[in-house]
Design a protein around this ligand. Structure first.
Ligand code: PEP
Ligand code: MG
Length: 856
């Protein structure tokens, strides 16, 4: 087996074997660009080394052979005391892991060759400075000597010769051995140190965060050294083919005269804009810009390069398809279409939903921001500033923007959440009530922050700082940071575009987004619906491109004033009292549905019958215990009767419909009457009824029989379907499909019940440890767990469609708007995803990408 490839013998399609850096160096070499001669030790060699704990047989003999080619090309030999070849040894995995692994420069210097380098360069100081750099890099990476020992010596001594002596003493003291003088031994030590750096703690942490597999290994790139610190005609820099921040066309970058690459990265000296190079060295500048143009043409994308000029000669040390901001990604993709470089469909693959989501939230301007007070779970993005309030009533009564601060939220807080610009809690994670509702409403939310909320004293404590009601704070839902005071924010032009406030030609970013989302609509197969409970949300969802409502949760319609009516229903003693309570609710529900059907006129509106346990609408047991009035005592009796140890597994969903006589029938009647009213007014209502928490077909059949009877004579034929959110429903989907006209996967509950993870608790308690331990790679409440929940979905889709070929199937759990889960829903053959209105364009884009990546 061969473990080494010359740069002349590779290319950009060999990233698995040569790593990104190696493959691109080979590509540049093939293109005839000025790359110093060199070769790549493959990732296969690294994997073998990590498995065996020793270098694979024959590796160093092979390296030696390739080294011979480099020596011939450079006209210098490694270890030659008169004119030594020096080498750089750099890591480079398949995916970029900037700064996470090792680099060792100036391999080949020793007490003899340093004199030769000094003589040929005519620069004693330069040669000894290179030797010093080698000892410290080699010492810290190969021999694990703490870097600050070298730094302390450096601070105390400026003469490079004396510094080399001091460094050698440190090396000997720390390792018990002299610094190796044999260049071959230096090279071997450096290669193995780079292999080992794949498995350092920081590299592992980075891979986990970036979802890079642990078993790929790194390649090692060995290349002839060139020097940017050989005087004023030398230098080093970084260049981009377009501006990576905005996407603007042109050549961008930084240049540092008479310096080595690490000086640019370390930010030791101020760099010059690349345009200045044109004045300093026109020939190199022209050669560089020509190389950048050639690279863009070859990679058909923005590229960046690291380059060095050694005494008037340009060398390219690295290139890659450059990282860019979310805004630049959209702008560049659209530009490349205009330039005829890529097609619109290729442009769709150059952007993604996660980046679009980033562009849709307002952002803080952090230029003068103070340090954060606390950092919690970034649960719903956005930048919100406002006065702190501790309850829903104050949130609605306070003028101006408020941040609702709670230990956790419950459905009763909804008015306050609606009134607030931001929500901050000390408990709960990304799928806690606060998080789900906030995302649905486009409110900024940070959950589970390390703060102590004292609702009695109306203050919260973050470390030593006490924040009182009425104080201003700023909450960053993208990072989870909470700042004191009011930070300036900038609104998202992309949201203004979808809202119709600005036109598609109001700037390069908006125009790029409009174009790509427009194309996405033509390409995607999946329908995109919205989860919306109010006419305002429905209208916004429609403006954002939703083809209907996939989940209208009705429980939010029983809060505020109407809670009294729900209380009446719960404490009712007999059929007559129940009927009276339901009769009072009916007209209110009818009005709710009429308005939502009007906002979505002509499009389907999937209304889910009431789902949460009824006692959630009552004051808490603890609050009622102390109360003395008759009404509270009555409520306390009801709460005692209804209290459950596991409410999420108790009397909720379809079970309520079957056990509380007339409750579902009232809702069905309200839906049918609202639809009839809309039709009479000339509208085209398309309501659908969805039953929550079904686990057995007989539950659905019973609810359906009653519903069909109720709608008869008012607005017959409303389609009736079910959520699939209990594992048993997924496993018996064939039977359930005999009664259901559609399925909608409730992946929040399906995840909760399949894993046995409480969706309100585990994100703060268990998940952080599980993520750290590598048991989970991401929260299954955020990104669909394909092996587990995905398998249940596949079973249910297959069996459901077998029983009823025209069964419509969608998903309305949080995963429906998760960019990383949408491709699975496409591949599983779902008809639609339903997500919060703000996620609709994101889902459209991801659905199109899924169609392009997995054509049927
Ligand atoms: C679900 O469980 O996925 C769902 C959509 O319902 P809810 O979040 O209201 O329980
Ligand atoms: Mg549910």
């Amino acid at each position: 087996m061969s473990y080494v490839r010359d740069f002349t013998d590779g290319g950009m399609d060999l990233k698995d074997l040569l790593g990104g850096k190696g493959a691109n160096l080979a590509e540049m070499t093939r293109m005839g660009l000025p790359v110093p001669p060199g070769f790549t030790v493959t990732t296969e060699a690294c994997r073998t080394y990590l498995k065996l704990g020793e270098a694979p047989d024959g590796l160093f003999a092979e390296i030696c052979r390739h080294l011979g080619d480099v020596e011939r090309a450079m006209g210098r030999r490694l270890g030659d005391p008169d004119d030594p070849l020096l080498l750089s040894v750099r890591s480079g995995g398949k995916f970029s892991m900037p700064g996470m692994m090792e680099t060792i420069l100036d391999i080949g210097l020793n007490d003899a060759t340093v004199e030769g380098l000094a003589a040929v360069s005519g620069d004693d100081r330069f040669a000894w400075d290179c030797y010093r750099r080698l000892i410290s890099m080699y010492g810290s990476t190969v021999a694990h000597i703490p870097h600050d020992l070298f730094e302390q010596a450096h601070a105390a001594e400026s003469d490079p010769r004396r510094l080399v002596a001091a460094y050698k003493r440190i090396f000997a003291d720390q390792t018990g051995q002299e610094f190796p003088q044999d260049p071959q031994a230096q090279l071997e030590g450096a290669v193995l140190a780079v292999f080992r750096s794949w498995n350092t703690e920081r590299a592992r942490v980075y891979r986990r965060a970036e979802h890079i597999p642990d078993d790929l290994g790194t390649a090692v790139n060995i290349m002839a050294m060139v020097y940017g610190n050989r005087g004023p005609a030398s230098g080093t820099g970084v260049a981009f083919t377009r501006d990576p921040a905005t996407g603007a066309r042109g050549v961008y970058g930084d240049y540092l005269q008479n310096a080595q690459g690490e000086d640019v990265v370390a930010g030791i000296r101020d760099t010059l804009p690349l345009s200045r190079l044109a004045e300093l060295d026109r020939r190199c500048f022209d050669e560089l810009t020509a190389a950048l143009a050639a690279l863009e043409a070859r990679y058909r994308d923005l590229c960046d390069v690291e380059f060095t000029i050694e005494e008037g000669r340009l060398w390219l040390l690295q290139t890659r398809v450059g990282k860019r901001t979310a805004a630049a990604a959209f702008v560049i993709a659209a530009q490349l279409v205009d330039e005829g470089v890529i097609t619109l469909d290729e442009a769709l693959l150059r952007v993604d939903g996660a980046r679009l989501a980033q562009l849709m939230f307002p952002r803080f301007d952090l230029a003068d921001a103070p340090p954060p007070l606390a950092t919690g779970v970034p649960a719903s993005p956005g930048a919100a500033c406002g006065r702190v309030v501790f309850d829903s009533r104050r949130a609605t009564e306070t003028r101006g923007p408020v941040i609702l601060v709670r230990r956790e939220t419950n459905p009763d807080d909804l008015p306050g959440m609606l009134a607030a610009t931001g929500i901050l809690t000390s408990h709960g994670g990304k799928t806690s009530h606060a998080a789900v509702v906030a995302r649905g409403m486009g409110r900024t939310c940070v959950c589970g922050a390390p703060i102590e909320v004292d609702e009695e004293r109306r203050e919260f404590r973050a470390g030593d700082v006490v924040v009182a009601e009425g104080d201003l704070i700023s909450v960053d839902g993208a990072t989870g940071h909470v700042y004191p005071g009011e930070l300036p924010v900038t609104p998202s032009p992309v949201v203004r575009y979808f809202d119709g406030a600005v036109s598609a030609d109001s700037g390069p970013l908006v125009s790029a987004v409009a174009r790509l989302v427009g194309r996405a609509d033509a390409v995607r197969r999946l329908g995109v619906y919205a989860n919306a409970d109010t006419p305002e949300d429905a209208a916004r969802a429609r403006r954002f491109g939703a083809a209907g409502i996939g989940l209208c949760r009705t429980e939010h319609m029983f809060l505020g004033e109407r809670r009294r009516l729900v209380e009446r229903l719960i404490i009712a003693q007999d059929e007559t009292e129940i009927r009276a309570a339901l009769d009072a609710l009916l007209p209110l529900q009818r009005a709710d549905f009429t308005r939502i059907l009007a906002a979505m006129d002509g499009l389907p509106v999937t209304i889910r019958l009431i789902d949460p346990p009824l006692h959630e609408f009552l004051p808490s047991y603890e609050d009622l215990l102390g109360a003395a009035d008759d009404h509270s005592r009555e409520l306390l009796t009801a709460v005692r009767r209804l209290r459950e140890t596991n409410p999420m597994l108790g009397l909720r969903g379809v079970r309520l419909g079957l056990l509380v006589p007339g409750l579902f029938a009232m809702q069905v009647r309200a839906i049918a009457e609202a639809a009839a009213e809309r039709t009479a007014a000339g509208g085209r209502p398309r309501p659908e009824i969805m039953v929550p928490l079904v686990g057995d077909v007989r539950e659905l059949a019973a609810v359906k029989a009653e519903a069909v009877q109720v709608m008869e004579g008012i607005f017959p034929g409303i389609p009736i379907g079910t959520m699939i959110e209990v594992p048993r429903a997924a496993l018996t989907a064939g039977r359930i499909a005999s009664e259901a006209e559609f399925f909608s996967f409730g992946t929040n509950d399906l995840t909760q019940m399949t894993w046995g993870f409480s969706r309100d608790d585990v994100e703060g308690s268990i998940f952080p440890a599980y993520l750290r331990m590598g048991i989970l790679e991401e929260s299954p409440f955020e990104t669909l767990d394909q092996p587990g929940i995905g398998r249940l979905i596949t079973i249910a889709v297959d069996e459901g469609r077998r029983a009823r070929p025209d069964l419509r199937i969608g998903v309305c759990g949080e995963h429906g708007g998760d960019p990383a889960s949408i491709r699975f829903f496409h591949e599983a053959g779902l008809d639609y995803v339903s997500c919060s209105p703000f996620r609709v364009p994101v889902a459209c884009l991801e659905a199109a990408r899924a169609a392009l990546l997995s054509p049927e």
